[in-house]
Design a binder for this molecule. Structure first.
Ligand SMILES: Nc1ncnc2c1ncn2[C@@H]1O[C@H](COP(=O)(O)OP(=O)(O)O)[C@@H](O)[C@H]1O
Ligand SMILES: [Mg+2]
Length: 420
């Protein structure tokens, strides 16, 4: 089998395609296998030729580069897309990444830059197969992972999407890291995780790259997959495409989180709002669950059901912190009503500040640092950080708890109804 990296060039301008081809012509291991002049052609050629790398222009008549990338990501998941564009603003970048692109080159670029991007993306292409990622094969002395668990796993969950889970998980993690705690943020919303987009990071590596080694993680392997955000936070991203998440099971996510415990003080997990086996496994493994609600009836109803479920699952009441997000005095249901109705304390109310939260996300910067750190919404998240620290940093007896945890292998519904 040839080891060549097979490249498809997509651009509506023939001169641009030719220039790109020329930049690659002397690279022994890179072979331009085809060229497409439209998004439609690109989709056809990607299916027919299955290239390793697609260099994709954004602005094209007809289906543009974003649309073509989206389609190709679904149809030919093994093809890795690198966007080429004159626009380099973060909005473009984010749209491209959401469409499944793995990297971004700003035109005009030189040969070195192009070749480096191709090799980087090719080397980091996701291993959906069972091959161990190559960085694990270095034979470097693996830091032995003791059985002792120290780090705390904190899951952020809302039974309803759009309540602010990802926003809170990200900012809680950044806040803890800022306090000097070794913290990693795990995007546990494996299929449709938003962390990479919200932090403006490229999912070049993801949790899937650890899936073969969940019981056998060493520090070298984890550090080669965990990415560092510019705030200093370590992030374990969700894979760029939903189908890649299939290799992660409820058992493997649990092993993975437990294996991260010796390496971090805090492992913060953003979760998906559907209470499936994966989410449930994360919630089971977590020492604390931050349960997000808003001041409206549907949220309240869902949270109330979640408390019923958490009782059936024998979660201790102190395991779940109730947090009201987008809180406002002007809403029909007050924070006090929520607490009274649910018979649970509301640990923190995070005010609604649409402009601040949206611009922070647009700029890919966390609320608790930089420009926004003095805003009421940021102050409330800092309170949550302190609450977590007061509760958990003092009380590090997570070891016994995880050891005593009953082994649960049956599905979620059968557990709820007590069947094996
Ligand atoms: N406290 C807040 N004030 C204003 N807008 C918020 C707040 N928290 C979250 N949002 C907005 O709500 C939307 C959903 O947030 P997100 O964190 O993605 O929710 P989830 O992960 O639960 O689906 C985002 O547009 C975010 O900007
Ligand atoms: Mg989310």
């Amino acid at each position: 089998m040839s080891e060549n990296i097979r490249v498809l060039i997509v651009d509506d301008l023939p001169e641009t395609r030719e220039n790109v081809r020329k930049l690659l012509q002397f690279e022994q291991d890179i072979e331009v296998i085809n060229q497409a002049g439209t998004g439609e052609q690109a989709i056809e050629m990607a299916q027919a030729d299955e290239p390793d790398i697609i260099l994709m222009d954004i602005n094209m008549p007809g289906i543009d580069g974003i649309g073509a990338s989206q389609r190709i990501s679904e149809l030919v998941p093994r093809a890795q897309i690198i966007i080429m564009s004159v626009q380099s603003d973060s909005d473009y970048l984010r749209r491209a990444m959401m469409a499944g692109a793995r990297d971004f080159l700003t035109k005009p670029f030189g040969g070195d830059e192009l070749v480096a991007a191709i090799r980087r993306v090719y080397d980091k292409r996701p291993t959906i197969t069972t091959t161990r990622p190559q960085y694990a094969a270095t034979g470097a002395p693996a830091e032995a992972i003791s059985e002792k668990t120290t780090g705390n796993v904190v899951a952020v969950f809302s039974p309803k999407g759009g309540n602010g889970c990802s926003t809170i998980a990200i900012n809680l993690a950044v806040g803890l890291a800022k306090e000097g705690y070794k913290t990693t943020l795990v995007d546990g919303s494996l299929q449709f995780g938003d962390v990479s987009v919200m932090l403006n990071m490229k999912p070049l590596t993801s949790i899937v790259d650890l899936s073969d080694n969940v019981n056998d993680l060493d520090y070298d392997l984890v550090s080669s997959v965990v990415q560092q955000h510019k705030s200093g936070l370590n992030v374990l991203l969700a894979p760029p495409r939903p189908e890649m998440a299939e290799v992660i099971t409820d058992e493997s996510i649990k092993s993975l989180l437990n294996s991260l415990r010796p390496m971090y003080d805090f492992i913060i997990v953003d979760t998906s709002s559907s209470l499936d086996d994966i989410t449930l496994s994360i919630l089971d493994t977590a020492d604390r669950i931050i349960l997000i609600t808003q001041q409206n009836l549907p949220s309240l109803k869902n949270v109330s059901r979640f408390f019923d479920i958490s009782e059936s699952l024998k979660y201790e009441p102190e395991k779940v912190y109730l947090v009201v997000n987008r809180a406002s005095d002007k809403k029909g249901i007050s924070v006090k009503d929520i607490s009274n109705t649910l018979k649970r304390p509301v640990v923190i109310s995070i005010p609604a500040e649409d402009n601040v939260v949206n611009s922070a996300i647009d700029q890919g910067i966390p609320l608790v640092t930089g420009t926004y750190k003095k805003r009421p919404v940021s102050a409330a998240i800092n309170k949550l950080v302190n609450h977590v620290l007061e509760d958990l940093a003092k009380n590090k007896n997570v070891e016994d708890k995880t050891a005593a945890e009953p082994k649960q292998t049956s599905g979620f519904l059968s557990r709820l109804f007590g069947r094996k």
